[in-house]
Design a protein around this ligand. Structure first.
Ligand code: BTN
Length: 321
């Protein structure tokens, strides 16, 4: 109901809408409306109330609920259900809990802040309030568990494209980091539930350092991480960026679902790779190796050439330049 009232307020742009009209359209009591209006005010919506005239929306806050993201969404199912939280331990944890309770494919969990944001390899992920995009997408594709890594390439490509559309040219560091001037601006954590030959669900967690200043990063990662704001010298509209990423994600993900191909995503990952053509250091099964990154395969593996000229493919691992 709160969302419906907000929509009416938005639809009557710069004009008052009376309590009576809201009450008639939505079939709710005037007292209930008043309560919902107060709840909206608490979320940061500036609403003027004048007796006998009604309510007028003066400004909307920078928050990431469905109502705010909706106008940027062009998707059929990705992001059409958004679970929005002011604070969460981790959006991936919440998404896994929802997925285990049959929450459907395409559902997105977003939090303004994570108190236990998780990164790859058991690391933590700093997620200060309203400074970034901390979200997870629930997916139930009918693919082999061994193909789950493909979805990570799709996510990396979708994020790259979304960020590019708001004017920032980044690079993709295989498998799924987005870097800007050599520093990390986004990470993807894909988690899976399934059996050996059956995938139950996937949760694709995306963390983007959008509007963080240097001091918002923990000291130990300041040299390694950056934000879009730091590099652009201005804030980015987080809700627009989420909309664009989800739109691109759906388009690229459909290629996987319908054609069992991730060619479009791989093309983006190759053309904007931070690694291809470079000498890289790999950590494989705890051992450090040097090699040259040559290409990314149709399956999403990194193709490397070692010092002896031997070519091989790696499906996961830590790579640095
Ligand atoms: C990495 O280590 O590069 C992956 C970082 C992934 C962070 C995101 S933020 C939203 C989602 N929830 C989490 O706890 N982690 C992911």
């Amino acid at each position: 109901m709160k969302e419906k009232i907000l929509k009416l307020l938005k639809d009557s742009k710069n004009e008052f809408i009376s309590g009576q009209e809201i009450s008639q359209q939505l079939n709710v009591s005037r007292t209930a409306i008043w309560k919902y209006i107060n709840a909206l005010k608490e979320e940061g919506y500036e609403i003027e109330s004048v007796s006998r005239k009604g309510y007028m929306l003066l400004s909307t806050p920078d928050i990431l609920n469905y109502e705010e993201i909706r106008k940027y969404l062009e998707t059929k199912h990705i992001g059409r259900e958004i679970f929005y939280f002011d604070t969460l331990d981790s959006t991936n944890l919440k998404a896994k809990e929802l997925a285990a309770n049959e929450q459907k494919e395409g559902t997105v969990v977003i939090a303004e802040e994570q108190t236990n944001g998780r990164g790859r390899l058991g690391r933590s992920w700093s997620s200060p309030k309203k400074k970034g995009i901390w979200m997870s997408i629930i997916l139930t594709p009918e693919i082999e568990p061994t193909d789950a890594a493909k979805v990570t390439q799709v996510a990396a490509a979708a994020v790259w494209k979304g960020i590019n559309e708001v004017g920032v040219k980044t690079q993709i560091k295989w498998p799924n980091d987005i870097v800007l001037n050599g520093k990390k601006v986004c990470g993807v954590l894909t988690e899976m539930s399934g059996e050996l030959n059956r995938l139950n669900y996937l949760v694709v967690g995306i963390g983007i350092n959008a509007n963080m200043s240097d001091e918002d990063f923990p000291e130990e990662i300041r040299g390694l991480a950056t934000s879009l704001k730091i590099e652009l010298n201005k804030e980015v509209e987080r809700k627009e960026l989420i909309g664009r990423i989800l739109n691109n994600f759906e388009e690229l993900y459909e290629e996987l679902i319908h054609n069992n191909s991730i060619d479009k995503s791989i093309k983006i990952c190759v053309e904007n790779s931070a690694l291809i053509g470079k000498d890289v250091r790999l950590i494989l099964k705890g051992k450090e190796e040097e090699a040259k990154a040559i290409d990314i395969s149709k399956e999403g593996e990194l193709i490397i050439q070692d010092k002896n000229g031997d070519i091989s493919k790696i499906i996961s691992g830590e790579v640095s330049v």
